[in-house]
Design a protein around this ligand. Structure first.
Ligand code: UFG
Length: 347
């Protein structure tokens, strides 16, 4: 299949592009590089060993998006492009709603203009809000704790309604906590600025860019008092997208939801200790007050993805840390600035 990957130069997008190419599909990257570096295209091409078609485009621009669809005529879309910083979304909700919803609308228009039918949406476990565990895909009491979360919840609802009314087929993929990097060390998470998330913060402490890891809260009702999350390796997550798009191509179901996680929880301190094993030294940690909005502990119910997609997350927390560390060591200053060697396609 030819698969248009929105946000294909970003963290999860770039890994998915690599896994698509390695599974024999043809990825097409569309990215405006608002939160990624164009040189990631070089890295992707280095890993897969051939050119990848890419566009520098803002997917909130409907006319440009439709032109790309008419030119490429993809079979499927995987939609990663979106702003994702929870705290920033509270400060700038309009920016989040406008960008994250308009990109989705433009993509649907592009699909309708070109006859593309399959859509995989990058959603989040955040839509479970304060629902009780276990988090199963049948849960109806969904909510969100931030404007970012509401853009995911709204995206799910909008796509469900569109799928019910058209021949578009939608996979809603609820990610838990993606971490890690490609084993080549050539692509990985490269947050621009101060990281909000735990794994990039740990990596910064391990390289010395940050003096100390602040652990937000050690009085939660968990075994060691720190929050528990379901971390999964980004390459496993990328593989799940391919399984989901292939499933959509074989089933006439309007919308299907899958949790993507390991089904196992790891505490903040357990992740720190796993990273210490990977990098070979102790990491300085200081306990800080709880971060507003954090839940104490949750993880995925991962059975549906296993049973229907035949997908299980294979890589361990130690793999996640080792691959993150490898990528950090190869890219101590992040990915290079500048333009990729290959030329973009013109919309
Ligand atoms: N944490 C620290 N110190 C840090 C950063 C994080 O202690 O420097 C803690 C957090 O307080 C939390 C845990 O590490 O307890 C995990 O935090 P992350 O920010 O890495 O991940 P979250 O579980 O808060 O959020 C992630 C995604 C969101 C998504 C959410 C859905 O980043 O986009 O999962 O569950 F909405």
């Amino acid at each position: 299949m030819k698969v248009l990957v929105s946000g294909g130069a970003g963290y999860i997008g770039s890994h998915t592009v690599v896994q698509l190419a390695e599974a024999g599909h043809e990825p097409v990257i569309v990215d405006n590089f608002s939160n990624s570096k164009p040189t990631v295209i070089d890295r992707v091409e280095q890993i897969i060993g051939h050119h990848v078609t890419w566009y520098r485009a803002d997917l909130t621009d409907r006319a440009v998006t439709e032109r790309i669809f008419l030119r490429e005529r993809p079979d499927a879309v995987i939609h990663f492009a979106g702003f994702k910083a929870v705290g920033e979304s509270v400060a700038e909700p309009l920016k989040y709603y406008e960008n994250n919803l308009n990109t989705t609308f433009s993509l649907i228009h592009g699909m309708q203009a070109s006859g593309c039918r399959l859509f995989a949406f990058s959603s989040s476990a955040t839509v479970y809000g304060m629902a009780p565990l276990p988090f199963t895909e049948e849960e109806t009491d969904l909510s969100a704790l931030s404007p970012y979360g509401y853009t995911k919840l709204a995206g799910e609802r909008i796509l469900t309604d569109i799928a019910a009314a058209t021949d578009i087929r939608v996979a809603l993929l609820r990610y838990f906590n993606p971490v890690g990097a490609h084993p080549s060390g050539l692509i990985g998470e490269n947050p621009l600025g101060i990281p909000n998330n735990l794994m990039p913060a740990i990596a910064n402490v391990a390289t010395g860019r940050q003096d100390m890891l602040h652990v937000f809260g050690n009085d939660y009702p968990t075994p060691d008092g720190t929050c528990v999350r379901d971390y999964l390796h980004v390459v496993d997550l990328a593989d799940a997208h391919i399984a989901a798009v292939e499933w959509l191509s074989e089933h006439d179901v309007a919308t299907r939801i899958w949790n993507l996680g390991t089904g196992r929880g790891t505490s903040v301190l357990e992740l720190v200790h796993a990273f210490e094993r990977a990098c070979g030294h102790k990491l300085p940690v200081e306990f800080a007050p709880r971060r507003p909005g954090d839940r104490d502990a949750y993880w995925a119910s991962a059975e549906r993805a296993r049973d229907e997609l035949g997908w299980v997350a294979k890589r361990s927390v130690d793999d996640m840390c080792a691959d993150t560390w490898h990528c950090q060591q190869g890219n101590p200053d992040g990915f290079p600035n500048g333009e990729p060697a290959s030329q973009p396609s013109q919309a």
